[in-house]
Write a protein of this length. Structure first.
Length: 393
């Protein structure tokens, strides 16, 4: 794997506040002339085919109606993700430990695994305890957490573990600056709280990229598109494999697996939880809104890149409907009130949609919105209390 001396400019995805301006046509005559105005009107006129229906009407049991709708939406989303649903497996992929080192309050195993499309997945597995007592953990039924990193400088699992800066050319200073900015080392925090934690690199991040530069990142996105896939779909399949490995890890109770992620990792959390019902509870931080409403403020989406490509999504549904696929399993959504990527109005509207699904499922108390005063980052209090309630270690 090649190393590099200088850090190339990052793609500013979900990291940097975009300038906010509202596109206003100068008068009625020119409405539709400019692309932003024209496309905003297109978005406003779309009626999604599988938006969340009114599940409390029609004489059908709401829980049954919800499950039927969820199945229809999952079927449609596989196509948008570029994934053949029949190819998805919960089998444990081949994997191996390539390194084991002590961490602060845990032991860190570096693993490789058989990834999607013949690729090789990479992850850390953090096992609570010390080298002497965690190498051969007993079958005491520890809960497991899949901790999913975001976009920061194309680093990967290092962002959530706070360790491993030597692995792919990142300096300790770069890593600690990013973790300080996003408070993203939640994988390590949960390992110290007694969970077995797996932290898969997303395709194109961490060990899974040779060049962290913006041009390389954009080119990778194009190639994925030309092949007919999406980043979200490929990463979903790799994350499902990581979940399978965690479920099979010695000492882990496979019936007690949770997922948490920030930003791009929040999106990965949404998808793996929506599509893999082995996930018992989820915390989505810094990735919740309605895309439909964000388009009204054009520049907000300027901070999103090819990692977010989902062709035709708004013809079928919007992000809150995808999140509603997690119902009735316990779900915490965390957003900063000052996060420049999302309007509070859109977050509130999206949460109302998700809440309707939980109500229909008979579990209105299993979903919560954790709004904090701050920007685009993770705040540990809410998620740690959530896991303590719904998935104690
Ligand atoms: Zn990206």
């Amino acid at each position: 794997m090649r190393r590099f001396g200088a850090i190339l400019p990052d793609v500013k995805t979900n990291d940097v506040p975009p300038a906010v301006s509202r596109a206003t046509p100068p008068d009625g005559q020119s409405a539709g002339l400019h692309a932003h105005d024209f496309l905003q009107r297109q978005v406003a006129s779309i009626r999604p085919r599988l938006g969340l229906p009114d599940l409390l009407r029609g004489g059908v049991d709401p829980g049954t109606a919800l499950r039927d709708w969820q199945q229809s939406l999952r079927d449609a989303l596989w196509t948008i993700l570029g994934i053949d649903a029949d190819s998805v497996s919960h089998a444990t992929p081949a994997w191996e430990i390539i390194d084991t080192v002590p961490g602060e309050g845990f032991v860190r195993h570096q693993i490789r695994y058989e990834g999607v499309l013949g690729g090789t997945g990479s992850a850390f597995v953090l096992v609570p305890g010390t080298m002497s007592d965690s190498v051969a953990p007993g079958s005491n039924g520890l809960a497991g957490i899949v901790a999913l990193h975001g976009h920061g400088n194309m680093l990967g699992k290092e962002l959530v573990t706070g360790t491993g800066a030597d692995i792919n050319g990142a300096t300790p200073e770069e890593l600690s600056e990013l973790i300080g900015r996003y408070h993203s080392d939640f994988g390590a925090r949960f390992a110290r709280r007694g969970y077995v934690v797996i932290t898969p690199d997303a395709l194109g991040f961490g060990e899974r990229v040779a060049d962290r530069g913006a041009q390389h990142h954009q080119a990778m996105g194009r190639v994925v598109e030309y092949l007919g896939y999406t980043h979200t779909g490929l990463r979903l399949l790799d994350d499902i494999r990581a979940l399978s490995i965690l479920s099979a890890w010695p000492g882990v109770d496979a019936s007690r697996i949770g997922v948490v992620g920030l930003s791009e990792g929040g999106k990965r959390t949404i998808f793996v939880s929506a599509f893999d019902e082995r996930v018992r509870t989820a915390v989505v931080s810094g990735y919740f809104t309605t895309i439909r409403q964000e388009v009204e403020v054009w520049n907000r989406l300027g901070g999103w890149d090819l990692c977010n490509t989902l062709p035709g999504l708004l013809r079928v549904a919007d992000l809150p409907e995808i999140v509603a696929l997690i119902a009735p399993r316990p779900l915490l959504i965390q957003n900063g009130r000052g996060d420049p990527l999302y309007t509070l109005e859109a977050v509130a509207a999206g949460f109302e949609t998700v809440s309707r699904a939980y109500t229909a499922a008979g579990a209105p108390g299993s979903v919560s919105l954790d709004l904090f005063d701050g920007g685009h980052r993770y705040v540990s209090d809410g998620p740690e209390a959530w896991f303590a309630q719904w998935l104690p270690a």
